[in-house]
Design a protein around this ligand. Structure first.
Ligand SMILES: [Mn+2]
Length: 282
């Protein structure tokens, strides 16, 4: 009920006003809700610098972490935890302490967190899945999505083997990205996603994934889904359902946001450092 009154009431005007102030004077983008997933903290794949920049320049009333936040699979192979990964966790905890409602939906790389369904850790609530109602009244299933991935569900050893091959690709991509950075090139070319889309059965895999999710939406009488898992950001209609995938902070650095009018948007994050440098120069 509270959500609905906000659409027409004075509270919305206040929210819009604060959003405006934040954007133009604080260089912060305000949203009703933010969804991010597949951060893979604890692995070399995580683009922590982009993630920190995103967390620094955005704020929301509600923040959903849609799984594969900490990559325990990678951590079990090799201990890797640079300082920036701590800073990410601290930033998220700080948001939770300062009034952002943070909801952690575990994924398959952090599946051990699923044992703590409905527990609250330092203002962050763990939920294995959730239903979010947008300001336009759409009911969205929020879930990581691995249970709809038939390979990950039934043949975990194949999935892990596949993940190693994929890790290798991403490692090459990371080196390429570093080289591009050193050379001052800013193209968003991604080797892993390039190869991924060259492989025909990956397309089939994504389509099966979507079909499985839509079946659940039908069964549960929901309007749409916000999920992650397959590292492919997208926002589209499948039949009458909204299929929304957050993407990741490994390659695409994408997020889904809900604005204060209840509309949803897929955003690809760009480093905000340039505008900051400009502000400092003034
Ligand atoms: Mn996953």
């Amino acid at each position: 009920m509270l959500l609905k009154t906000r659409v027409t009431g004075k509270l919305l005007a206040r929210d819009l006003f604060l959003a405006y102030i934040n954007q133009y004077f604080m260089n912060t983008n305000s949203f009703k809700t933010i969804w991010i997933s597949d951060l893979h903290l604890g692995s070399t794949q995580c683009q922590a610098d982009m993630l920190l920049d995103f967390l620094k320049h955005t704020e929301s009333e509600k923040l959903y972490l849609v799984g594969d936040i900490v990559d325990f699979w990678a951590l079990s192979r090799k201990m890797y935890w640079p300082r920036e990964h701590n800073t990410v966790i601290q930033k998220i905890l700080r948001k939770a302490r300062h009034g952002t409602q943070v909801i952690y939906i575990p994924g398959n790389h952090d599946e051990n967190v699923r044992e703590y369904d409905n527990y609250v850790f330092g203002d962050i609530v763990v939920k294995n899945s959730d239903v979010h109602t947008t300001l336009q009244g759409k009911k969205l299933l929020i879930i990581h999505g691995d249970i709809y991935d038939t390979i990950a569900k039934h043949h975990q050893w194949i999935a892990r083997l596949g993940s190693k091959g994929y890790d290798f690709l991403i490692e090459i991509n990371r080196i390429l990205r570093l080289l591009r950075k050193l050379l001052g090139l800013r193209s968003q070319f991604s080797l892993a996603s390039f190869i991924k889309y060259k492989v025909k059965n990956v397309v089939q895999f994504i389509s099966d994934y979507e079909t499985n999710i839509v079946q659940t939406l039908k069964d549960e009488h929901l309007d749409g889904v916000v999920c992650g898992h397959i590292h492919h950001a997208e926002m589209k209609a499948i039949e009458q359902f909204m299929y929304i995938n957050t993407g990741d902070f490994v390659e695409s650095c994408t997020a889904i946001v809900e604005h204060f009018d209840g509309s949803l948007e897929l955003i690809q994050w760009q480093m905000q450092l340039e505008s900051e440098a400009l502000l400092e120069a003034v």
